[in-house]
Structure formats: structure tokens, C-alpha cells
Design a protein around this ligand. Structure first.
Ligand code: SAH
Ligand code: ZN
Ligand code: ZN
Ligand code: ZN
Ligand code: ZN
Length: 435
């Protein structure tokens, strides 16, 4: 059966990741199943096993136990404490600066003893402290929190693009590497851009102050630091009358687009409060996500367009840009900024289509019938007169299914939409996006 999300309802019970989300499981063809709450951040029960039927009566004892559990699952240091620790850490001579790789924690000399049988990095330089995304290992849990870090090329491209568009503040939601690049340049004299990082990865609180980082869950718009952290974010958005700020986000791809969209709308609403006789427009945003989520994203943000730029990652073998065995990255930028303003690098083969008024990949041919550059994946697509649209080069029109598909497809259709991309015709396990 397919899971559907019923939103973050008011008064939802909480797990260590903030308010749970309400789901319903529909078994094939049957009516609405029983609704239940589950963790917003963790798709894998192994990471957070929070579960409660919506209509379940929870005893006082269980409530108390749950609260205690949530308390015990807070990080061992608060953000404030981590900031203090950092101040002390940078005062140490190089020879006394250590980082425990097992605990993913900067160590003060008094703590060495306790980590003596752990893998420890020594002589942590100022440069290393300024690139925490290199120092910390990327979280790899597939379902919950796989961290795919931007390749330098893509990160630089994004920053230059933001600068060219005239932005001076970046709300970095789940983009620690972009944040880090901005932070590291902030010391340069003529560099005016600032960034606030919102991320669920609390390890970053060791390196950034409370004005630079908020511990945040983007699936339920939850600020772990409470009202004060929320206020930090609000103030950041409202500076300069809300002008020249953009939100950039690169969420995990594990689905739950509606949960992300609902949080991003709340961040946009926060920006809109700037007053000033009400903004007529939306807060500018880059949502970085695979192209096969296009229709899902446009459902929630009709003003968005998908750009052809292929975002590359360092630690993702498949999404790397390279001469040998190049696999094209499926990850794109979705934005509410006018497409013609998004200038893509010509030296990487992108060109401007004057009809579409946007930059497209080199393989993306303008189709005269569709009157648009129709390729989504960078390969040249072909027009099918029966489907009245362009399709992937590997597809053929199937008269049985009355649509184009791979020649090897089986003609029976699956009823429910795919859990990953929401499209009908295939199940989650066969989602073209997960290959
Ligand atoms: N390409 C980006 C990283 C994207 S990986 C870069 O290089 O900067 C996804 C990011 O989202 C990670 O930083 C991860 O910690 C964060 N993340 C994952 N789940 C999250 C959640 N529920 N709330 C907020 N951030 C989350
Ligand atoms: Zn949880
Ligand atoms: Zn075109
Ligand atoms: Zn066409
Ligand atoms: Zn067809």
C-alpha cells in the first residue's frame, strides 16, 4: 500500500526530531486506512521508531517516559556550550587542537583522556576549522540523512550566480558546503554576502555561532533551539527590508516533497511578514532536487521553473562530472527567479534558447512541435506524435499502453503512484530516479 502524508497537524506528539507527521496507509483499493504519527525526519524505523495511532489513547506513564526519552536524546552539549568550547579551542596552540573522528567532536585537552582509544586527528588548522564539511564525515544513512556534498565546481557556480543576481544574504537550508564557502570568503574585504545555515546535522554547531547556524528540521519546520532560534532566522530574512535575500535548499531526496514544501512555504511566509505594504512577490528560492520530481514541485510551487544546470557532488559516484564514465547528474535547480536571468556556463556546453528564453544543456534540442526545449535529462529527446509530446530517446510508443515506454516494459500498469516520484506506472523499487 502507499503511504500518504496528511500534513503536520497542530498538537502532534513529538519525538526527538520535533513534532511527528500524520500519515495514512492505503491498502490496495481499500478505503482510507488507519492514520498514524511517525517521525518526520527518519524514514527508517531503526533511526527513530516513534509511532502512534492517531486515535490511540496514550497513558500518563507512557507520556512521561516519552518525554524522558526525548530529553535523553538531546545532544550532549547545547549550541551555546559548543560556541564557548570553540572559543577556547581556537585559543589553543596547533599542537593541542584535536578532533575525535569517532565522536565527531572537537576536543579540549581535559577530554583527551576519555577519547584515548578513539581515532583522533591532531593539529587541526584554522583552515580545517573553516571547512567543517571536509572535517566531518558525510552522514551516509541512505534513508534518513544521506549527505551529498557539492563538488567545488557546482558550489562555486551557485555562489557566483547568487552574487551576479545581486543577493547579499543566503538562507542555506541543508547546504552546509555553500554556507561554508560563503563564510570562508566573508573575511575578504570586498565580499558582502552572508549566510545563515539551517540544518538537522547538529555537528555543525561546533563551528558556527547562533547567528550563523540553527539546528532545524526541514520536514516539520522545527527549530530545535526554540523561539530564539526561530527569531534569528526571522531577523536574518527581514534585514535590509527583506531585500536581496534568497533561500537555497538541497534536501535529501527520500520523498516527502509535500512535507518539504509545507516547511518552505512557512519560511517564505516568515519573509513576507517584512511588512513594507506587503511584498507582491515570493521570496526568491533555489530548490535543488532531481528532475523527476519536477511535477511534484510544480504542484506546490507553480511559479517555479526547472533549470537545465546539472548539479554535481563530491561523494556521489554517479553524480560526478568527469570525462571518464561520465554519468549525468539528475539533480537540477528549481527556482522562482525569471529563467532568462539564470546564466549557465557556456564553457560547459549550455546555450541560450531565444525562443524559450532560458539556458539549456547542449543536448537539449528545441522541439518545433512542442515549441520548447523538452529534454529533462540532458539527452536529446524525440517527439512522439501519438503522445503529443517529447519522450526519452530510449522510449517507443506502445499501442497497448497507449503511451511511450521502454521497449522492455511490461504492459500491465501499477495502480498506485510511485512512492518516490508520485508518478503512476511504476513502483518505488523501479523508480527511474533511484537507478
Ligand atoms: N549539497 C549540499 C548538502 C546536501 S545533503 C552541500 O554540499 O552543502 C542534505 C543536507 O540536508 C545535509 O546537510 C543534511 O544534514 C541536511 N538534512 C537532512 N535531513 C534534514 C532535515 N530533516 N532537516 C534539515 N536538514 C536536513
Ligand atoms: Zn524521530
Ligand atoms: Zn527552446
Ligand atoms: Zn516535442
Ligand atoms: Zn508515444
Amino acid at each position: 500500500g502507499a503511504l500518504s502524508l496528511l500534513g503536520p497537524p497542530p498538537g502532534a506528539p513529538s519525538c526527538p526530531h520535533g513534532p511527528a507527521l500524520l500519515f495514512v496507509k492505503n491498502s490496495q483499493g481499500r478505503e482510507e486506512g488507519r492514520r498514524f504519527y511517525a517521525c518526520s525526519a527518519c524514514r527508517d524505523r531503526k533511526d527513530c521508531n516513534f509511532f502512534q495511532w492517531e486515535d490511540e489513547k496514550v497513558s500518563q506513564t507512557r507520556l512521561a517516559a516519552r518525554e524522558e526519552y526525548n530529553r535523553n536524546h538531546r545532544p550532549s552539549f547545547t549550541h551555546r556550550q559548543n560556541v564557548e568550547r570553540y572559543k577556547n579551542f581556537v585559543l589553543l596552540p596547533l599542537s593541542k587542537r584535536r578532533f575525535c573522528q569517532e565522536c565527531q567532536q572537537l576536543l579540549l585537552p581535559a577530554e583527551w583522556e576519555r577519547h584515548s582509544d578513539h581515532q583522533v586527528l591532531c593539529d587541526i588548522s584554522t583552515a580545517q576549522l573553516k571547512s567543517p564539511s571536509q572535517l566531518l564525515y558525510p552522514l551516509e544513512n541512505k534513508k534518513t540523512n544521506a549527505q551529498y556534498l557539492f563538488a567545488d565546481r557546482s558550489c562555486q557556480f551557485l555562489l557566483n550566480l547568487l552574487i551576479d543576481l545581486g543577493f547579499t544574504r543566503v538562507l542555506s537550508v541543508g547546504t552546509p558546503r555553500l554556507h561554508e564557502l560563503i563564510q570562508s570568503k566573508a573575511s575578504q574585504e570586498d565580499f558582502k554576502v552572508r549566510s545563515l545555515l539551517l540544518d538537522i546535522d547538529f555537528r555543525y554547531s561546533q563551528f558556527y555561532t547562533e547567528d550563523e547556524f540553527c539546528h532545524y528540521n526541514m520536514f516539520n519546520h522545527y527549530f530545535f533551539g526554540g523561539e530564539a532560534a526561530c527569531e534569528t532566522c526571522r531577523k536574518f530574512l527581514h534585514e535590509d527590508n527583506g531585500e536581496r535575500v534568497i533561500m537555497v535548499t538541497d534536501p535529501p531526496f527520500g520523498g516527502l516533497v509535500e512535507a518539504l514544501a509545507s516547511s518552505f512555504k512557512k519560511l517564505m511566509a516568515m519573509w513576507e511578514e517584512t511588512g513594507k505594504e506587503g511584498h507582491s512577490k515570493e521570496m526568491p528560492m533555489f530548490w535543488i532536487f532531481p528532475y523527476f520530481f519536477e511535477s511534484r514541485i510544480l504542484d506546490f510551487f507553480p511559479s517555479f521553473n526547472m533549470m537545465d544546470y546539472q548539479v554535481d557532488y563530491d561523494n556521489h559516484a554517479l553524480y560526478k562530472h568527469g570525462k571518464t564514465g561520465r554519468r549525468q547528474s539528475p539533480v537540477r535547480i528549481f527556482t522562482n527567479i525569471t529563467p532568462s536571468m539564470i546564466v549557465l556556463p557556456v564553457e560547459e556546453g549550455y546555450r541560450f534558447c531565444t525562443v524559450c528564453q532560458r539556458y539549456v544543456s547542449s543536448g537539449n534540442q528545441h522541439c518545433e512541435i512542442c515549441n520548447s526545449c523538452t529534454s529533462k535529462d540532458g539527452r536529446r529527446w524525440k517527439h512522439c506524435v501519438l503522445c503529443k509530446k517529447c519522450v526519452k530517446p530510449s522510449w517507443f510508443h506502445c499501442n497497448n499502453c497507449n503511451c511511450c515506454a521502454l521497449q522492455t516494459h511490461s504492459c500491465e500498469k501499477t495502480e498506485a503512484g510511485c512512492f518516490v516520484c508520485g508518478k503512476a506506472g511504476h513502483k518505488r523499487s523501479a523508480c527511474p530516479g533511484l537507478s
